[in-house]
Each structure stands twice: as structure tokens, then as C-alpha cells.
Design a protein around this ligand. Structure first.
Ligand code: TYD
Length: 208
């Protein structure tokens, strides 16, 4: 498969994806790339509305509806937004992508993983990132980092849920070479340097 300038970030809530995405964006821009960052669910007007429905505490939706809404949003993002933007001088960074559904709805909500893979493949037409950074933090670090913050509907799912999600990610990194496990329970600068080294080796001769 052709190497595309498409990167995703994964991790449980509070892992520090936003900070690292911002730092990576700046580095890519200093390499003269135009960089687009999208969050899932999100990326266009329809998806921001889907996001509101999924995360709102006003609705008590079933796991079936939940997964289908995440996937509907992904279909819009890939087909309407990402694919038309993928060009040589552009990088796309996605804050969550196909692996979030495997970790949260698969491992977290016990929906069959093979079924999710088929759905992911259907909504993305098999477009995968060249590289996925999974930022790993222990659950107690997540709790500490989220202290005093607001909780959305997903974040209210309880500790057992998040343990399953984290273990799920740790399973995914075992058999998926594309996903790189980054210890995110460290200084921001150290994590940033690790990510950049991996980027340079994935995009050899292209990034400096
Ligand atoms: P968000 O506020 O973007 O969380 P974060 O800042 O941690 O990325 O909310 C997205 C939530 O949706 C988050 O709890 C993870 C969850 N999610 C799924 O459960 N499945 C999915 O496929 C995706 C994309 C997100």
C-alpha cells in the first residue's frame, strides 16, 4: 500500500494527545508541510452534530447506536474531508481513528472485533494511517489528570470500562505493526522527541 501522509493518535482520555498533536504539527510545518488536524468524531458540520449527540449526557443511547454514530462520522470525515486533502505537500493528523472503535466499542463495550474491523473497512474504504501513535498512561494517571474536569457521556462509563479500553489498546499494539506504543507517563519533551524520531524513520529522507 502507498505510504500516505496520514498519521493518527490514540489513547485513553487524558493521555496527552492534544499536546503532542500540536507539537507534531509545528514540526511538520517547519518542514514546509501544510498540516490539517481533525478530531473524531468531528471534522465537518455534520460530524460536529454527531459528536454532540454521542457525547451529550442528555441521551442514554445503546452501544449499537453509539458505534454506528462513530462510524457514520468516520465515513463523512474520510470520504468528504481527508481523501480530497491527501496530497504530497500535506499532512493529515487525526485525533482518534479506527483503533478507538476497536478499543472503546470492541474491548470496552464487548462488540465483536472482527465485525468492527469489517465496519471500519467499509466506512474508510481501507484507508489506514501510515503510522499511529498510541499514548499509553496507567488508569490512575488518567484519573489524576482529569481531576476536577468535566466528564462527558463516554467519560462517565466507569473505571472498569477504562481498564478494558486500555488493555484493549495494549492488545492492539501487539499485533498491529502500524501502531507504536509510546509511554506517555513522561515529560512532554521526551514524548515529543520519541514521536519525532519515529516520524523521521517512517518518512525517511523526507523529514529533517
Ligand atoms: P473527546 O472529547 O474527543 O475525547 P479525547 O479528548 O479523550 O479524545 O471525546 C471522544 C470520546 O469518544 C472519547 O471518550 C473516546 C470516544 N470514542 C469512542 O468510544 N469510539 C470511537 O470510535 C471514537 C472515535 C471515539
Amino acid at each position: 500500500m502507498k505510504i500516505s501522509n496520514f498519521i493518527s493518535f490514540e489513547g485513553i482520555d487524558g493521555a496527552g494527545k492534544t499536546t503532542q498533536i500540536k507539537l507534531l504539527k509545528e514540526k511538520l510545518e517547519s518542514n514546509n508541510y501544510k498540516v490539517f488536524v481533525f478530531r473524531e468524531p468531528g471534522g465537518n458540520k455534520v460530524n460536529e452534530q454527531i459528536r454532540e449527540i454521542i457525547l451529550s449526557k442528555d441521551f442514554n443511547i445503546t452501544r449499537e447506536s453509539e458505534i454506528l454514530l462513530f462510524l457514520a462520522s468516520r465515513a463523512e470525515l474520510v470520504n468528504q474531508v481527508i481523501v480530497p486533502l491527501l496530497k504530497d505537500n500535506v499532512f493529515i493528523i487525526c485525533d482518534r481513528y479506527v483503533d478507538s472503535t476497536l478499543a472503546y466499542q470492541g474491548y470496552g463495550r464487548n462488540i465483536n472485533l472482527e465485525f468492527i474491523k469489517k465496519l471500519n473497512s467499509f466506512v474508510t474504504a481501507d484507508l489506514l494511517p501510515t503510522c499511529t501513535f498510541y499514548l499509553d498512561i496507567p488508569i490512575d494517571v488518567m484519573i489524576e489528570r482529569k481531576k476536577g474536569g468535566k466528564y462527558d457521556r463516554m467519560e462517565q462509563s466507569g473505571l472498569d470500562f477504562f481498564k478494558k479500553v486500555r488493555n484493549g489498546y495494549l492488545e492492539l499494539v501487539k499485533y498491529e505493526n502500524r501502531i507504536i506504543n509510546i509511554n506517555a507517563n513522561r515529560e512532554i519533551r521526551d514524548i515529543e522527541l520519541d514521536i519525532w524520531e519515529i516520524m523521521k524513520s517512517n518518512f525517511k529522507g523526507v523529514l529533517k
